[in-house]
Design a protein around this ligand. Structure first.
Ligand code: NAD
Length: 481
């Protein structure tokens, strides 16, 4: 057994509910396997919330995570009721944890699953997309949520997925987007995926439209290897992938940032099972295996993972995966950890053994970019206008539009003027598109246009500039399907 001469500083939180039991079990396996860890223990979760801290984590605890750069976290209980912020979101946002990495593996025939060959790693973008939390009610009838996607945000997570595939000797990376509809936001994710893929000629790259891709993933997960997704699709599909692998209670995940990474089980604190020594510590243990690879103790990671696989294969199971036909004994948390410790140094005989490569921590370098020449061609002004028709609204706007001219009006993205179908549902929320016949307009002219609207009793609720970048119009003209 190799011993690591320097201990890696890590921050550990024992959490709530079953958290302390599964963390103790996990740490006992790590220590027995020879992990060299310098542990700083912090308190997070229920007691911190109840002491009046709305984030469930103190500034001192965040400081520990910042110092060590590695956070092994047990699940916590989020108290019921308003006013409490998600601790995970706080940690994710504070430290810029941009990639959520979740291996979803089937352990057939030892753990029941419909997909015995499944071994998929979901890499979810963690910071952007519809999760920016920018939502507004704009009229009596309409609310909106902004979907923000940045080139750097895409490039970071996509490059991470390819670097991960390289480091973990995987052969294919698949992206899912809905760029046939969201041509600009999901289109950017797809375009950056193609650009980054070109830098990794040894890794197969493919793209699926998310609806059919998700159906294929649920039906034939064996066809996928590493899957990289924007935030919303990743949120949904990572849960589906874990569920169909049969491994919700066994899955760990990593949240990766530039300087900080957080490792945790995907399940919650299971309060009903707390204090009974029955919970399955496998999800947290496998998250700790991801952590060991991250802190360059790949040999210890392999030893722990193989001993765990052997334990599962030997039929030593906690209640949640116990089946009379495949299990040999039903054990509690402590006994399960002891069984893994007994098998350190052994490998599974039927499940594939794992041999992690010692590699440098995965880092991502973003390509530098120069700014494009930006010109404004016009403006979309959204207005709140109840009890009107498209023709009436156009008749009011056109006389004072100059020097711009009214190009079209849409309602919930459906063009209603000029033309339009009588069947279209009309709300009180209108998008009025003005273009400048001279080719370019100015911010001052857009402001003046809005002032004239107000004078004529029309309420602008927001504007979106219609820009060209390096001469290319950069806005959609029609609607999706
Ligand atoms: P849960 O994951 O805690 O439990 C769902 C079901 O799975 C329960 O039947 C539970 O007994 C079982 N289960 C979960 N983990 C298990 C394990 N390791 N061994 C055996 N059985 C296990 O989800 P929930 O009940 O919706 O949430 C409970 C609490 O956990 C809530 O306060 C929630 O906010 C919190 N939560 C925390 C995290 C986190 O800290 N990352 C994640 C999800 C939920």
């Amino acid at each position: 057994m190799t011993t690591h001469s320097t201990s890696a500083p890590i921050t550990v939180a024992h959490g709530d509910g079953i958290g302390p039991e599964i963390m103790e079990a996990t740490l006992s396996v790590l220590h027995a396997a020879g992990a060299a860890l310098d542990i700083d223990t912090i308190t997070i979760g229920e007691s911190v919330y109840q002491a009046g801290n709305p984030a469930g984590v103190t500034p001192e605890a965040l400081e520990s995570i910042r110092r060590t750069g590695v956070f092994l976290k047990a699940p916590i209980t989020t108290p019921q009721g308003g006013g409490f912020k998600s601790l995970n979101v706080t940690v994710r946002k504070t430290f810029g944890l941009y990639a959520n990495v979740r291996p979803c593996v089937a352990y057939a025939p030892f753990v029941a699953t419909k997909h015995p060959g499944m071994d998929v790693v979901i890499v979810r973008e963690n910071e952007e997309d519809l999760y920016a939390g920018i939502e507004h009610r704009q009229t009596d009838e309409v609310v909106q949520c902004l979907k923000l996607i940045s080139r750097q945000g895409c490039e970071r997570v996509i490059r991470y997925a390819f670097e991960y595939a390289t480091a973990y000797r995987r052969t294919k990376v698949t992206a899912f987007t809905k760029d046939n509809i969201m041509k600009m936001t999901d289109g950017l994710f797809h375009r950056v995926f193609d650009e980054v893929a070109a830098d990794y000629p040894d890794i197969q790259a493919e793209h699926w439209i998310v609806d059919i891709g998700a159906a294929k993933l649920a039906d034939t997960p064996e066809a996928f290897d590493v899957v990289v997704l924007p935030n919303l699709y990743g949120d949904i599909l990572s849960d589906i992938a874990a569920q169909i692998a049969g491994s919700v209670g066994l899955a760990g995940s990593a949240n990766i940032g530039e300087r900080v990474a957080m490792f945790e089980a995907i399940h919650g604190s299971a309060p009903r099972r707390a204090g009974q020594d029955v919970a399955n510590p496998s999800g947290l243990l496998l998250a700790a295996v991801q952590m060991l690879v991250h802190i360059r103790q790949a040999d210890v990671a392999s030893r722990v993972h193989n001993a765990w696989l052997r334990t599962i294969e030997d039929g030593i199971h906690t209640y949640d995966i116990y089946e009379p036909d495949t299990s040999t004994s039903k054990v509690g948390t402590t006994a399960f950890a002891a069984s893994v410790i007994d098998r350190l140094g052994q490998e599974p005989t039927r499940l594939p053994a794992t041999h992690y490569a010692q590699h440098r921590p995965i880092t991502v370098k973003l390509a530098g970019r120069s700014a494009a020449a930006k010109t404004q061609l016009g403006v979309d002004v959204f207005v709140h206008s109840p009890d009107t028709t498209p023709d009436e609204l156009a008749a009011k706007l056109r006389p004072f539009a100059a020097p711009l001219h009214l190009d079209m009006i849409s309602n919930r993205g459906q063009k209603v003027w000029p033309g339009g179908a009588p069947e279209t549902l009309l709300t009180d929320h209108w998008r009025c598109r003005f273009l400048d016949p001279r080719g370019t307009t100015t911010a001052a002219e857009v402001v003046a246009l809005q002032a004239r609207m107000v004078e004529h009793g029309i309420e602008p609720i927001k504007t979106e500039g219609l820009y060209a970048f390096d001469g290319e119009p950069a806005f959609t003209r029609g609607q999706g399907q």
